[in-house]
Design a protein around this ligand. Structure first.
Ligand code: ACO
Length: 323
């Protein structure tokens, strides 16, 4: 018997304020047409003043637990993928733990920028298969609006705030690709590329800092590395791209999403796309897309899904799972 980490519930939360592209065109030298044609983004949500990453994360966690028919008392561990914690420490995960009224188990954050949720899923899979936890809440939550330089038109129009969460529990399987749950993971990073995408603040400056990105260079790395990692995890799972029901990619740019699907030989009809409504929500984008894809009726029980993401580091990876 093989133990699998299977998705039992999914949920998301988006702050109330919706910011259409036109709002940027009023303030900086840009246009709805440029943003849409270069990125696919039409609108994004921004957190209200005082609304924190831990607030978004808690709402998403509650939605995922309700979807799973479970309560905080059933959860053994919480992992939050985020690069925008409320405070340098403690972790957002421990804040969520307290807000959920959970007084046992353990909680920690994972920071791999836009690839954070993929890294968090791989961690949760390891904990469950090693028998250290039976039920893990995995959350991606971000308030990237707090990292924007509003004078910089090359970055400020691309990002949004939000949170998504899944509940994973241990489920016995056969050990083959027909099992429900996480079937394979593939994680990578290469710190030589850290200057392509970073935030220029932290303990070295005593400030939160602003996001800086060489967009064209990140774009160049993205399609090649995402298709490669997806193929590697599909291979580890013993399936091919043709077996995939849904690609649920990190939602950074529609051209990256389409280019990766094309490189994998899959049509856009098999890709869950939410970037038009959310912008790039970094580690929150994949669980948001999983939750929206489920709510739209795209993702069904038994579907084979591949998720892939790349972000600052560079860090990138993929997960193959059967829903
Ligand atoms: N409005 C109008 N014009 C703009 C804007 C804007 N908002 N931003 C840039 N431009 C201009 C540039 O100044 C440039 O003008 P120039 O030719 O006179 O110099 C022109 O548009 C073209 O700019 P490029 O940067 O070459 O545009 P490109 O087609 O590469 O698109 C983009 C830019 C959207 C950033 C793209 O490169 C991209 O998506 N890169 C990947 C970004 C990404 O995925 N980042 C997330 C990674 S995940 C994470 O960890 C955060």
């Amino acid at each position: 018997m093989t133990i699998r980490a299977a998705v039992m519930g999914v949920g998301h939360y988006l702050p109330a304020r919706v910011v259409p592209n036109a709002e940027f065109a009023d303030k900086i030298d840009t246009s709805d047409e440029w943003i849409k044609s270069r990125s696919g983004i039409e609108r994004r949500h921004f957190a209200a003043p005082g609304e924190k990453t831990s607030d978004l994360a808690t709402h998403a966690a509650q939605a995922a637990l309700a979807d799973a028919g479970l309560t905080a008392a059933d959860v053994d561990a919480i992992i939050v993928a985020t690069s925008t914690p409320d405070l340098t420490f403690p972790s957002v995960a421990t804040m969520v733990q307290a807000r959920l009224g959970m007084t046992r188990g353990f909680a920690f954050d994972v920071q791999a920028v836009c690839a954070g949720f993929v890294f968090a899923l791989a961690n949760a899979d390891g904990l469950i298969r090693a028998g250290q936890a039976h039920c893990v809440l995995v959350i991606g939550a971000e308030t990237f609006s707090r990292l924007m330089d509003w004078e910089d038109r090359t970055t400020s129009v691309l990002f949004g705030d939000g949170a998504g969460a899944v509940v994973l529990t241990a489920l016995p399987g056969q050990g083959d690709a027909s099992d429900r749950g996480i079937l394979a993971t593939d994680l990578n990073s290469d710190g030589r590329f850290q200057d392509l995408l970073y935030v220029d603040g932290g303990t070295s400056t005593g400030t939160t800092g602003h996001l800086r990105m060489q967009g064209k260079e990140v774009f160049r790395h993205a399609i090649e590395k995402l298709a490669e990692t997806a193929h590697r995890s599909l291979g580890k799972a013993g399936v091919t791209a043709q077996d995939v029901d849904w690609i649920v990619p990190h939602q950074a740019n529609l051209r990256i999403i389409a280019g990766t699907a094309q490189k994998m030989g899959l049509p856009m009809e098999r890709v869950v796309v939410t970037v038009q409504d959310h912008g790039n929500t970094s580690a929150a984008s994949i669980p948001l897309a999983l939750s929206v894809g489920r709510a739209r009726g795209q993702i069904k029980t038994g579907d084979l899904i591949v998720t892939e993401a790349i972000g600052g580091g560079l860090a990138w990876g993929s997960v193959v799972l059967r829903w």
